[in-house]
Design a binder for this molecule. Structure first.
Ligand SMILES: [Zn+2]
Ligand SMILES: [Zn+2]
Length: 250
């Protein structure tokens, strides 16, 4: 029995299980009709990222930024290495309740539902993507956490969209400090050389969709995008579950 066959069976079985098991709301334990949905009260509380937002980094804006190519001030000052970043939700209390158990408390079973939420927000980005790449964790963090939450999301999105998935395309050469409260220059210094593309990774001429759970300043995503562009990627977009609207919300 070939490994391909076993993998197919495994994916079929998990698909069948998904149909059999009752699905819970993304935000609470209320049963819902299908995975990746909110119950009515959680849906009412959920703050989806809707226009107007920055044409580049997807930052929610209080008004349409028509004068600056539709971009926010930060992108206008320093254009990120990615082309477009989009997120499903604002990073608020509800988004934290979705993401933190998934990220830190072994609730890896949430990955599929969260990926479905991301698929709706990032339909355009997924449509033009050739390959999905997760933001990498440093190996010391991976050892402590046992899984890379971004890679779990990327794997689920790849299976939902039929896109290729390269979980090992990027390497974090060292652990970085929390970036949210640093200035743009300090963030750049903290990230310099910290993320590189694996030698021989096949992204040349491809449209890459970078996957992460939360985007805060966009500096990490931009570093990842720069490494992928250096390896020949034609374009890098970014898709996350949630977007921090101001670094103080982190
Ligand atoms: Zn709910
Ligand atoms: Zn922006």
């Amino acid at each position: 029995m070939g490994i391909e066959y076993l993998l197919q069976m495994k994916s079929f079985m998990s698909g069948a299980l998904n149909l059999l098991l009752p699905q819970n709301c993304l935000g609470c334990d209320t049963p819902v009709a299908a995975a990746g949905q909110f119950c009515v009260p959680c849906f009412r509380r959920a703050v989806f990222v809707t226009p107007p937002f920055c044409a580049c980094c997807g930052l929610p804006l209080p008004y349409e930024a028509a004068g600056a190519g539709g971009m926010c001030g930060a992108c206008w000052d320093h254009l990120p290495a990615f082309t477009q970043a989009r997120a499903a939700l604002r990073y608020d209390e509800l988004a934290k309740a979705l993401i933190l158990p998934f990220k830190y408390a072994d609730r890896t079973d949430a990955a599929r539902g969260l990926a479905m939420l991301m698929r709706r927000a990032g339909a355009d980005l997924l449509a033009r993507a050739d390959v999905l790449v997760p933001v990498p964790l440093h190996k010391s963090r991976l050892r402590a956490r046992r899984y890379n939450q971004a890679a779990l999301l990327a794997a689920q999105l790849a299976s939902l969209s039929g896109r290729a998935h390269r979980p090992d395309a990027l390497i974090r050469t060292r652990a970085t400090v929390a970036l949210a409260r640093l200035s743009a220059t300090e963030r750049q210094a903290a990230l310099a050389g910290a993320i590189i593309a694996r030698k021989g990774v096949e992204v040349s001429g491809r449209n890459v969709l970078l996957i992460d759970d939360v985007m805060t300043t966009g500096s990490t995503a931009s570093s990842c995008a720069a490494a992928l562009r250096l390896a020949g990627a034609a374009r890098v977009d970014v898709l996350t579950i949630a977007r921090v609207a101001s670094p103080d919300d982190d």
